[in-house]
Structures are given as C-alpha cells and as structure tokens.
Design a protein around this ligand. Structure first.
Ligand code: ATP
Ligand code: MG
Length: 442
C-alpha cells in the first residue's frame, strides 16, 4: 500500500480542542473525524485498528463457547416497559417515534432484547446454558461527551449475555467470561485488572470492572501491586479451575471508588504495596440472577417446575479500547506511538528517501514491498516527497511497529531497520522478515 493513495489526513500540530493524548493523537493522524458532539466517523487508519480489536474480542468469545448473533440498534420500547427500565434509564436513552407513532429507542444495551429472543425459543433446562454475544453500535446520550471516542455518545460494544438454570451454573458462565476477558486484554498487550464493582442501574450482586491504569482515566482505583503478578494461565475450562483463577485475583484488594473503604484498604494492603491512581474501564461483567427473567417471564421447564433463568451480562468497549491502548502506549513527550502488533494498522512501514531526479529508492521500495507482502507482512510505503526526517516523525506518530528506512545507511542488500522507539539495526531482508514474523507470532 502506498501512503499517497490512502486517506490519512495528518495534521501538522496537535489539535487544541483535545485534552488527553489518545484524543489528540487520533485526530492528529486522521483516525477519526467528529461528525457531531460525541459522534464520530472512523477513517481508514482508525477503522483498521478497531476491526482488529473486534476480531480478537470475537475469537476469545468464541473460544469459551459464546455464540455470535446480531441484534438491531433500534428497539421497541415495549420490552423496556416490561422490565421496568423504560423510565429508570432516564435521559441517557435516545427515544425515537416512528411514523406510526410507536415509541422506539436506540439501544444503550441489550438485556431486554436478548431476554425476549431467549424466552421465545428456549423452553427446557436441557438447552442451558445459552451464551450469546453481539458486537454492535450503542447510543447513550452522555451528559458530557468528552475525550474523543473514550466517552462518546455512539460507540461500538461487545455485549454478551448468559442464561443458566442455577446460581452455581451461572457463576460458571460468569467465570468463563472472566477468563476470556483476561485473555482478550492480554492479546491486546494491556494489563487490565479485574476490580470489584458496584452494579449500578443494571443491578445485580456480582460484578467486576476490567481497568487499565492511566492518569487520564475517569475511574478512581485502589489496589494492591501484587495483583499485577497473578498468573492468568489455566489449562482447562472447568468449574473448579475457573473458580480458583478468580480466587487468585480476589485475594488482593482491588476496587473502584464506589466500593472504596479507606479503613479496609489500609488494613488489607501494606503501605508499600498500595496503588491509588486512576484507570480506564475497558470491560464490565455482571451477574444479576433473575432481575430481568422474572419481570419478563423468561423461564424453563425443570422436571415440571417453572424456573426463571439466571442471567449475567458482559460488556467490552471495543471502540473505547482504541483510545485506551493509545493512553497506555503513546509517549506524548517524545511523540512516539507503537501499536501492539496484534492491532497495528500495518506491520511495517518502508520509508524511502526520495530525490527529485533519482527514483532508485522508490523502485527498491516496490521490490521490498512485494517481498514482504508475499510473507504476509502488511506493509505501507511512504512514497511522498517529504524529506526522510519528516517521514520518520510522521510514522513515529502513526505507530506502525516496524520501520525500514531506505536512506544513506541502507547499502547493497542490508537495510536500516528498527522497531519504533528503539535503536536502528542494519539487517538483510530475510532477517527483517524473521524479526517481524516473530513479533507477529507472540
Ligand atoms: P462508564 O462507567 O465508563 O460510563 P458503564 O458502566 O456505563 O461505563 P457498561 O454499561 O458496563 O459501561 O458498558 C460496557 C463497556 O462499554 C464499558 O466498560 C466501556 O468500555 C464501554 N462504554 C460505556 N460507555 C461508553 C461511552 N460513553 N463511550 C465509549 N465507551 C463506553
Ligand atoms: Mg456509563
């Protein structure tokens, strides 16, 4: 791919309206464009990253046996009246009337709709558990949309729902999501910590927020350093090992401000282990029993007895994660971004020094591009006539993890090559391919 042919509208300077680094960078390198307050278009670079995140989220849902569906964005108010949330949800819900004057809404979440889908088909306990997810746009009319796509009004979310017969089975489902979230965030190269959370308007009694530490985060957090060392690897997805895994995390104090208790924190965490900072919520899981199944009459037959199913819901902010990764990885002092290769828009950038009367570096680039593409290394060539230091500066911001520079130091069959933010090396093309492939396979 050639830079000059792509739609990547780079800004010369940091946009002044953006307060945090992810918002600045996303506007600066043309990943998003605001269309109205809290509503954004995703441009090619941003869209590519978000799609890669989405795919990782999807694979980790599939791996624990969650089935993908797709529910609409527009819902009827009827089911929300059944659950009792139509009034409770308040002004965050965007309410719409269709031409027949029916009350509709743009879904802020999908507990009601998925319960309606479930109850209309599943009648026997033998069909349980049912684990369903979709990845779909949501709308919440946030009072103060801010920080770009971090707190916006229209955003992209993975939301999953579990249906079980008993509390015990439901906890098994909950723990499957707990595990899949740990795996998802690890693949995104983030250390997201599960923290005991309040259940808020969704209600219920067991809940964890997955939080990454960041000064610019909106959640206050209190935790124990040692929680970062918990080993999240398990070999088998079964009740006991998942219980043990969650227990390993729950050994350590880790809460957001709603659950914070100063005395308890000081008693449980010795002074040198305490972390008291801010974080970004990237995922949230809830167990809420029959909170929706009861009012909405979602029940199964269990040996002639009617049992309301026990439910949980599980969200990941797919679009928010794009910004969260930037907050975690971008060094705004030196203006260097490095995307984890698992979500990078491209694997490698070729930056040729191009002189007016000499096309040889561009021709070399074309050959290398072909060679890298053949090896499944997604590569972009900066074929513009900017000078080489401007190109490097620009690509340090774009954050493609590897740079191959065709300038004075690239001679014969060795090339100047580096991982963004690190020292350059002079390597042969085969060595470059090996290094990138190795990074991709980790
Ligand atoms: P918050 O406390 O940040 O408002 P929430 O508790 O309302 O989040 P959930 O209902 O649990 O969020 O939604 C699941 C996930 O969706 C959140 O963990 C977050 O990553 C994402 N999310 C929620 N609201 C927004 C928003 N306004 N903009 C972008 N992402 C959001
Ligand atoms: Mg909210």
């Amino acid at each position: 791919m050639y830079f000059s042919k792509l739609f990547i509208p780079i800004l010369k300077n940091n946009p002044t309206e953006a307060k945090i680094k992810s918002h600045q960078l996303m506007l600066r390198v043309g990943m998003i464009k605001q269309s109205s307050a809290g509503i954004y278009s995703w441009l090619p670079l941003g869209f590519k990253v978000m799609k890669k995140i989405e795919q990782i989220v999807r694979e980790e849902q599939d791996r624990v046996g969650v089935q993908e569906i797709l529910m609409p964005t527009i819902q009827s108010s009827d089911i929300w009246k059944e659950s009792g949330r139509y009034d409770d949800y308040g002004e965050e819900m965007l309410r719409i009337k269709d031409r027949q004057n029916r009350e509709m809404l743009y879904g802020p979440t999908n507990e009601e709709l998925v319960t309606e889908i479930f109850r209309s088909s599943i009648k026997s306990y033998k069909s349980l558990p049912q684990l369903l997810y979709h990845i779909q746009w949501k709308f919440r009319d946030e009072l103060r949309p801010r920080f770009g796509i971090m707190r916006c009004r229209e955003f992209y979310m993975k939301d999953a729902y579990s249906f079980d017969l008993t509390d015990d089975d439901a906890l098994f489902s909950y723990n499957k999501f707990f595990l899949s979230y740990l795996k998802t965030f690890k693949r995104l190269n983030l250390s997201a910590i599960p923290m005991a959370a309040d259940t808020g308007p969704i209600g219920g009694n067991l809940s964890h927020e997955f939080i990454i530490l960041a000064e610019t985060g909106e959640s206050k957090i209190y935790t124990d350093k040692r929680i970062f060392e918990v080993d999240s690897e398990i070999t088998k997805i079964e009740k006991n090992s998942l219980n043990t895994l969650r227990g390993e995390y729950e050994k350590y104090y880790a809460v957001t401000d709603e659950k914070f208790d100063k005395e308890e924190f000081e008693k449980k965490v010795s002074e040198n282990q305490r972390i008291n900072t801010k974080g970004i919520e990237v995922g949230h899981i809830f167990y809420f029993g029959d909170k929706y199944s009861k009012p909405m009459n979602a029940a199964v037959d269990f040996n002639g007895k009617k049992e309301f199913v026990k439910m949980g819901s599980y969200g990941i902010g797919v679009s928010r994660l794009v910004g969260a990764i930037i907050e975690a990885k971008y060094d705004d002092k030196d203006e260097i971004m490095k995307w984890p290769i698992s979500v990078a828009p491209y694997d490698c950038a070729i930056l040729p020094m191009i002189n007016k009367n000499d096309n040889s570096n561009l021709e070399k680039s074309n050959k290398i591009l072909e060679h890298l593409n053949k090896n499944n290394i997604d590569t972009i060539v900066d074929d513009t006539d900017e000078n080489i230091s401007a190109k490097i500066k620009k690509f340090n911001l774009i954050g493609i993890p590897f740079q191959l520079i065709l300038g004075k130091k690239s001679e014969g069959d060795t090339f100047e090559f580096r991982e963004v933010g690190k020292e350059t090396q002079n390597l042969k093309i085969e060595e470059i391919i090996t290094q990138i492939k190795k990074a991709k396979s980790n």
